[in-house]
Design a binder for this molecule. Structure first.
Ligand code: UD1
Ligand code: CA
Length: 482
């Protein structure tokens, strides 16, 4: 988890305020038309709620209270995984059943909230709010004001409107309760606020549901603040993506594209050459050194690092891998290190159509060609497997040449065994190396051999049926028709 706080927040006392985060995630998400709870749908490969938890971590929150309802068990389980061991905050869940509105949702969190913090209210379905924006909001709250994150919306239909007298915020009026004049207001409430906990609790206790939707509106606390003489401040941003919620598959796809385009621009600003910023997807963290170029339609997942001068061809999928300087990954290559990782050494040439699986550790200048699969194997400097081959659970020495169509038979139906191919070995085409087996250094294996016993260094090993040729042999012929 990245912790970036480029913005220093000072409370009224000059101290950094204690931040507790409440994340509303009880809603059903009917328009997703899915069995999966809305907040568990993924953006950039992570659940929406995972993004919000990341943001909370960046705020250095003391406590995070997630309000669950629909799909609570699933959401709570996923949160625990998403927040992981890296999150510093204390993660809590509260159930809201039934769901009687956003005010009712936050009421459920009250017993979990201490009085001394500033509460930042977020939604589990609003994934792309930047921590810096929230630091500004917390700063506007200053430990004693009600701070609302707002936005100008050309079409404000459906949103709560910020009602002001002069400059002063008086209330938030929900669309369904708004008068015609109020509906003309284009400044809307984003759904995000920062509020001193003690005051929040007092105001929540005063909510009722006398409104068009018969719901307890969190937004009603604004008028209580005004009545109590507490300042209400609006921190207005113009970046709609940061407060956009996901209610439908269309909105989810729109936000995914917005997110990916931002990643692409960030990469280009770091000097990465992208053939087309609209055709790259980064679902995790992609770290690039100088002079990296990436052709169209590549997907990066998990943690991937690309060394100086690395070139990635079109249509590659690369996950959890370290690609060292100068390596070239040709088109349509699939690399997934999962937990073990994959390393591609300096100046290696991979693909097209190669597949590198967990534990593939390729040294410098290794060549892996088309339709070659490597799993849990180490290839030393300069080893080559250029065509249609499988290397699984193998240790391959320097300069080995591994022929087309050859495989390591690493699995006996119960256990996996290792194959050792020492330096400078030449394995011919279409060989089967039945593990456990060692091919001694500098040895040669004749094409078509099935090797079941280890071979001596320097030996030529041939293990196949001897060729028989019958001279002048007449092939069977069809009888002529009568
Ligand atoms: C809310 C705001 C509105 C604002 C808009 C921004 C209120 C009353 N209105 O409207 O001013 O412009 O967000 O998007 O707050 N949720 C629960 N439990 C509930 C109801 C909702 O957990 O009982 C969760 C939802 O899952 C969602 C979030 O709260 O994550 C916001 O709920 P939603 O129904 O989208 O709020 P709106 O009515 O659209
Ligand atoms: Ca809504």
């Amino acid at each position: 988890m990245h912790v970036t706080s480029s913005f220093q927040v000072q409370g009224a006392s000059g101290q950094r305020p204690i931040v507790d985060v409440v994340i509303m995630a009880a809603g059903k998400g009917t328009r997703m038309k899915s069995k999966t709870p809305k907040v568990l749908h993924t953006l950039a490969g992570r659940p929406l709620l995972g993004h919000v938890l990341d943001t909370a971590a960046q705020l250095l929150a003391r406590k995070v209270v997630v309000i669950t309802g629909h799909g609570a068990i699933e959401v709570e389980a996923a949160c625990a995984v998403s927040a992981g061991a890296t999150a510093e905050f204390d993660l809590n869940f509260v159930r809201q059943e039934p769901q009687l509105g956003t005010g009712h949702a936050v009421q459920q969190a009250v017993p979990a909230l201490a009085d001394d913090g500033v509460v930042v209210v977020l939604s589990g379905d609003v994934p792309l709010t930047q921590a810096d924006t929230l630091f500004h909001l917390i700063s506007a709250c200053a430990g004693n004001k009600l701070a609302l994150l707002t936005l100008e919306q050309r079409d404000p239909t459906g949103y709560g409107r910020i009602v002001r007298t002069g400059d002063a915020v008086q209330a938030i009026v929900e669309h369904k309760d708004a008068s015609d004049v109020q509906r003309q207001i284009t400044e809307i409430y984003s759904g995000i606020m920062a509020v001193p906990a003690a005051q929040l609790k007092r105001w929540l206790a005063r909510l009722d549901n006398q409104n068009a939707q018969k719901e307890y509106y969190l937004t009603d606390i604004v008028k209580f603040a005004v009545a109590d003489g507490v300042d209400v401040v609006a921190y207005k941003i113009d970046d709609a993506v940061q407060v956009a919620g996901v209610n439908s598959p269309v909105q989810l796809a729109e936000l995914e594209r917005a997110y990916q385009l931002r990643q692409a621009h960030r990469l280009m600003e770091e000097g990465v050459r992208l053939a087309d910023p609209a055709r790259i997807d980064v679902r995790g963290d992609l770290l690039c050194a100088h002079d990296v170029s990436i052709d169209i339609n590549c997907i990066f997942q998990g943690l991937v690092s690309l060394g100086e001068g690395v070139s990635i061809g079109a249509h590659c999928v690369i996950a959890n891998a370290v690609i060292e300087a100068g390596a070239v990954i040709h088109p349509f290559t699939h690399i997934d290190g999962e937990k073990l990782g994959v390393t591609v050494g300096v100046g290696a040439l991979i693909g097209p159509f190669a597949r590198l699986r967990p534990g593939a550790k390729l040294g410098a200048e290794v060549h892996i060609g088309n339709f070659v699969e490597v799993k849990n194997s180490t290839l030393a400097k300069g080893a080559k497997a250029n065509h249609l081959a499988y290397l699984g659970d193998a240790t391959v020495g320097e300069r080995v040449n591994y022929g087309a169509g050859s495989i390591t038979a690493n699995y006996d139906g119960a256990n996996k065994h290792r194959t050792v191919i020492e330096a400078d070995v030449h394995v011919g085409s279409n060989c089967v190396l039945v593990a456990p087996v060692t091919i001694g250094a500098g040895g040669t294996v004749g094409g078509g051999s099935t090797i079941t016993k280890s071979t001596e260094p320097g030996a030529l090993s041939v293990a196949r049926g001897k060729q028989v040729s019958i001279a002048n042999w007449a092939r069977p012929a069809k009888k002529p028709k009568a």
